[in-house]
Ligand binder design. Structure first.
Ligand code: NDP
Length: 250
């Protein structure tokens, strides 16, 4: 099969681990040049280096996605190094404070909102002008099942991810006529470092919430992300796509 993303330039945030890492690798395997953006500089460079060793094109870029200036610098770096920007996966995120709302650490709340929500805004803020220059593009933002439904004890995460859902829809409307499609993905619980070291009881409790009877894999989310970034999804914009083993069908 021909390389689907040949000639395309992609920016992936949270690209040093989990879902972002797999998306970065798969995009490069399909011919894209990928800027791997992450707070974890060593991790970003490792992923980019491994892509290069496998014959792909990638560069690591250290950035805190809550720093708008660094997001601008990331977009500039993609354009300078690879000649433009066509695809973006705004994906970096954390779990943040858990527990009853009135006991939440407020600093933790602000940090969570900055990483999981503000960063998506900053990302699109700088990616969109670059994509307009390139004649169009496709953006995928990582929300969650918790951007569609609530759960007890994670109000900040649920709020930020619902924000990503709304931001995606509204932004998509504005740029649809100009050839930029913007969609969100909504994974169920996915086996990545984000989940941390769960006790067996906790892990089994999460599994039980998914009718498919297991947690998801980063690869299963990445398949959906690549579809939404590709021209195969050319009539899809402003929409929410679950990849959740049946979680939200209940
Ligand atoms: P991982 O923890 O595996 O990867 C997230 C990456 O983002 C890490 O490399 C992390 O770096 C990086 N990161 C964290 N904070 C920042 C920051 N401020 N600036 C730049 N990079 C940062 O998580 P996942 O792959 O699981 O998660 C990716 C996205 O998917 C997140 O938005 C998450 O909310 C969402 N999601 C995940 C689900 C899951 O069950 N795993 C379910 C639904 C949605 P470091 O390791 O140094 O912190």
């Amino acid at each position: 099969m021909a390389e689907e993303f040949a000639g395309k330039v992609a920016l992936v945030t949270g690209g040093a681990s989990g879902i972002g890492e797999v998306v970065a690798r798969m995009l490069a395997q399909q011919g894209a040049s990928v800027l791997v953006v992450d707070l974890n500089e060593e991790g970003a460079n490792r992923v980019a280096g491994e892509i290069g060793n496998a014959g792909g094109k990638a560069a690591g870029f250290a950035a805190d996605v809550t720093d708008a200036d660094r997001m601008k610098a990331a977009v500039d770096a993609a354009v300078e190094q690879f000649g433009g920007l066509h695809l973006a996966f705004n994906n970096a995120g954390i779990v943040g404070p858990l527990g009853p709302l009135h006991e939440t650490d407020l600093e933790g709340y602000r940090k969570l909102m900055a990483i999981n929500l503000d960063s998506v805004y900053y990302g699109m803020y700088y990616e969109i002008p670059a994509m307009l220059k390139a004649g169009g593009g496709s953006i995928v933002n990582t929300s969650s099942i918790l951007g569609l439904v609530g759960v007890t004890g994670a109000v900040p995460y649920v709020a930020a991810k619902h924000g990503v859902t709304g931001m995606t829809k509204a932004a998509a409307l504005g740029y649809a006529p100009q050839g930029i499609r913007i969609n969100s993905v909504h994974p169920g619980y996915i086996d990545t470092p984000l989940l941390g070291n769960l006790s067996e009881e906790w892990y089994n409790g999460l599994v039980a919430k998914h009718p498919i009877g297991r947690l998801g894999k980063a690869e299963e989310v990445a398949e959906l992300v690549l579809f939404l970034l590709s021209d195969r999804s050319s009539f899809i914009t402003g929409t929410q796509h679950t990849v959740d083993g049946g979680y939200t069908a209940q």
